[in-house]
Design a binder for this molecule. Structure first.
Ligand SMILES: [Zn+2]
Length: 424
């Protein structure tokens, strides 16, 4: 299907473009961008006046729960949530049942995602076999099967020697490593950020240094082995500082944060709100400020969601035993657009963090509106106000701290490979 998107504000940080233009899609690729393009016969025309036309959003950190935990989410429902949120590509983490540590599981995900025909789904394979931290996974096999990175996300690789070998081996295989940086000895039985609020609530705390120390270790191993490393879900001011300094000294480190870490503090836990329980936990105001600064100066490369669906029965329980994580695919865009409204990022910088850089880190060859690129495009109406309602979310799970909250900005069309897969 060929498509002409008329009169939208085209924002493409990969080309330094930000102006009102038309964009022509042909054969699944970007054909042309320019002023007053005429519609060839048989072309569908999409009026984007007053809207943003941006490279399709990419979420590099999603839990699809399929195979094995489809009661929480599956590849189809997760893809529906993704395209409703404006995402054209997502990378899914390997902590499924079974774990994505071989080509059979990776192949299953890719073929089921193709069948769904919504967004691109790129599996992340495990770093160690079964994500058990004992032996390296077959990274060559995983890469060949279509995995775009390797990670034991959900838990850290506790053994520094194992992480060293993993980094060296992955560099040889030319596949990115994503680390879940957490020192479990310091986490102990903690269930929220350690601080004033945890003391007041009588909940066991997780100190920020549990994250900082693990980030420092992985950064030092990356430096020592001259290997790239990507740090998942950065939440502390200390981690931002360590990564900023490492980048300045030439270490090949990249990182991501999630909307909840630049939007909420551990105050959200008050009332023992299990929809504010995640790992790493929500931190404090000075961490939120540091995350915003890190996004602004480019220390933090990407905004990912860490979309972590859980059934109501796993959240509607006592805080101490509730599962970690929240859904994020359908709220990430408005929460991130708020950074533009608040002057933290320009719209072009935001699209860099939400599309171009995640594509670059994972070598996806997307995140751009250049001629010849895959026509993955998101059309955004930044002015629409809406309220997050459980029964309107496409995700199977409803574990969001923003239920009932007013949001501003929404994807009105999500286009993958030139096909409109979602329209609002
Ligand atoms: Zn993680």
């Amino acid at each position: 299907m060929n498509l002409l998107i008329k009169n939208g504000r085209v924002i493409d940080p990969s080309q330094g473009v930000d102006e009102v233009l038309d964009l022509l899609v042909e054969g699944g690729l970007i054909k042309e961008t320019g002023k007053n393009l005429s519609a060839p016969s048989g072309v569908e025309v999409l009026d984007a006046a007053g809207k943003y036309v941006v490279p399709g959003l990419i979420d590099m950190h999603v839990h699809l729960r399929d195979p094995g935990l489809e009661y929480k989410e599956d590849i189809v429902s997760g893809s529906q949530a993704a395209v409703a949120g404006g995402f054209t590509s997502i990378a899914c983490m390997p902590n499924t049942q079974p774990v994505i540590d071989n080509k059979t599981v990776a192949g299953y995900i890719i073929s089921k995602a193709k069948e769904a025909g919504l967004c691109n789904v790129f599996p992340v394979g495990s770093l160690t076999a079964g994500s058990k931290g004992e032996f390296l996974a077959e990274m060559g096999e995983l890469k060949e099967a279509g995995c775009v990175a390797v990670s034991d996300d959900g838990k850290p690789v506790c053994n520094a020697e194992m992480m060293r070998r993993a980094l060296e081996y992955a560099r040889g295989m030319d596949i990115p490593v994503i680390t879940h940086a957490e020192e479990l000895a310091l986490v102990g039985a903690g269930v929220m950020n350690e601080g004033f609020t945890s003391t007041e609530l009588g909940l066991k705390g997780i100190p920020r240094v549990a994250e900082d120390i693990a980030v420092a270790r992985d950064v030092m191993l990356a430096e020592y082995t001259n290997s790239p490393v990507h740090i998942a879900h950065v939440s502390t001011k200390g981690a931002v500082r360590i990564i900023r300094n490492a980048k300045l000294s030439g270490v090949r480190v990249t990182c991501e944060t999630a909307p909840h870490y630049f939007t909420l503090t551990d105050d959200a836990v008050r009332g023992y709100n299990t929809n504010a329980k995640m790992n790493p936990p929500l931190r404090e105001a000075d961490d939120v400020a540091a995350i915003r600064e890190g996004l602004q100066d480019g220390t933090i490369d990407a905004i990912a969601t860490d979309h972590a669906p859980h059934h109501n029965d796993e959240k509607d329980v006592e805080f101490n035993v509730a599962m970690n994580g929240i859904i994020g695919l359908e709220t990430s865009l408005p929460l991130s657009l708020a950074l533009v409204e608040q002057g933290v990022l320009s719209i072009s910088q935001l699209m860099d963090r939400m599309s171009f850089r995640p594509s670059h880190i994972l070598n996806l060859g997307r995140g751009t509106l250049k001629t010849g690129a895959p026509a993955d495009i998101t059309v955004i109406d930044p002015s629409v106000e809406w309220v997050v309602e459980a029964d309107k979310l496409a995700s199977k799970s409803k574990n969001s701290p923003w239920l009932g909250t007013k949001m501003k900005g929404v994807a009105v069309a999500t286009i993958v490979g030139g096909t409109i897969v979602f329209k609002r």
